[in-house]
Every structure is written in structure tokens, then in C-alpha cells.
Design a protein around this ligand. Structure first.
Ligand code: GNR
Ligand code: NI
Length: 168
């Protein structure tokens, strides 16, 4: 492995529901390292394994300014702490060049495991809360474009399909 290509909407493989990780071995550590490398190379703040066509419940995030604090979440789940929603202009490495406003719960409690299988919990708000929810959606086969109108989504789909035909 190493740097991996990122699947782009409307690739049907992005709709795959990822399976839980049950084995915390060297292959998992390699996957996490490759995902971090791929996220940085693409200048993203997060990446889900689904986006590199690995359908296991693993995501990586780095919302730090210096891009020196990667975090790995294995088998992540979240609970809403506050029903209050926040709007954010979301983008996605799998929907390159498009940004749309999405509303998500502002504060969430994340439960996950690290690459060694150790359980941990963190409270998240702001961009971290948004990003983790966006990444968990990927693991469930969902994309931010599912929250916008069909008209907008279809317009994005045809523009990306056209771009993919040109680069093929
Ligand atoms: O890099 C990313 N930026 C971003 C901005 C707003 C809301 C969510 C994100 S996640 C995205 C990287 C990505 O596509 N992760 O799946
Ligand atoms: Ni994304």
C-alpha cells in the first residue's frame, strides 16, 4: 500500500456499508498509516477507509492548524450530546470542487477504538464534530450530497461524470 487513489462520486463503491474491524494486526496499522498519508497528500482534514475502497470501519482525522496531529478512529460511533445543529459548508475529497451547507448536531460523544483495539471516548464540537460525523457517514455508504436537493446532487453528478469521461 502507501498513497491510495480516492474514489469519486457517483462511484457505487462509495455506497458500501463498511464492516467492523475485529483483528488489530499490522495490516490495520499499515491501513491507518496509508490513510493518513493519503489524507495529507489530498489536503483533507479527514478520510474514511471507504474512500480508498477498503470497506472496514476505520477513519483518520487531523483538524489541527499545523497538520501534525493525526488521529485514528476504529469502529467509531457517536451519540448526540446537544440537539442544537450547526451549519457548515462541507466539501469532500470524493466530491472534488463542490461545497454545500449541511446541518449536523453541534456536540457529540465519540466512542471508538485505537489501532491496538483500546477503547476511548472523546467529546467533540465544532469542525471536529462535523468531520467525524461526515466520516462515519462514509462508513455507512453516505455522502454529504445526500443531504442537499436532488436537483443540486444531480447537477454535481453530471459535472463529475463529465470530468471523469474527459480524464479517462
Ligand atoms: O477535507 C475535508 N474537508 C471537510 C470540510 C467540511 C466538512 C467535512 C470535510 S471532510 C473533507 C475530507 C473528506 O472528504 N473526508 O471524507
Ligand atoms: Ni468525505
Amino acid at each position: 500500500m502507501a498513497l491510495q487513489p480516492i474514489l469519486e462520486f457517483p462511484d457505487p463503491r462509495l455506497r458500501t456499508v463498511a464492516k467492523p474491524v475485529t483483528v488489530f494486526d499490522d495490516a490495520l496499522k499499515t491501513l491507518a498509516a496509508d490513510m493518513i498519508e493519503t489524507m495529507y497528500a489530498a489536503e483533507g482534514i479527514g478520510l474514511a477507509a471507504s474512500q480508498i475502497d477498503v470497506h472496514r470501519r476505520v477513519l483518520v482525522i487531523d483538524v489541527s492548524e499545523e497538520k501534525d496531529s493525526p488521529r485514528v478512529f476504529v469502529n467509531p460511533t457517536f451519540e448526540v450530546i446537544e440537539q442544537e445543529l450547526q451549519d457548515y459548508d462541507e466539501g469532500c475529497l470524493s466530491v472534488p470542487g463542490f461545497y454545500e451547507t449541511v446541518s449536523r448536531p453541534r456536540r457529540v460523544l465519540i466512542k471508538a477504538q485505537d489501532v491496538d483495539g483500546e477503547a476511548f471516548e472523546i467529546e467533540a464540537e465544532g469542525i471536529l464534530a462535523i468531520c467525524i460525523q461526515h466520516e462515519i457517514d462514509h462508513l455507512d455508504g453516505k455522502l454529504f450530497v445526500d443531504y442537499i436537493s436532488k436537483l443540486k446532487r444531480d447537477r454535481i453528478r453530471s459535472k463529475l461524470e463529465k470530468a471523469h469521461r474527459k480524464s479517462a
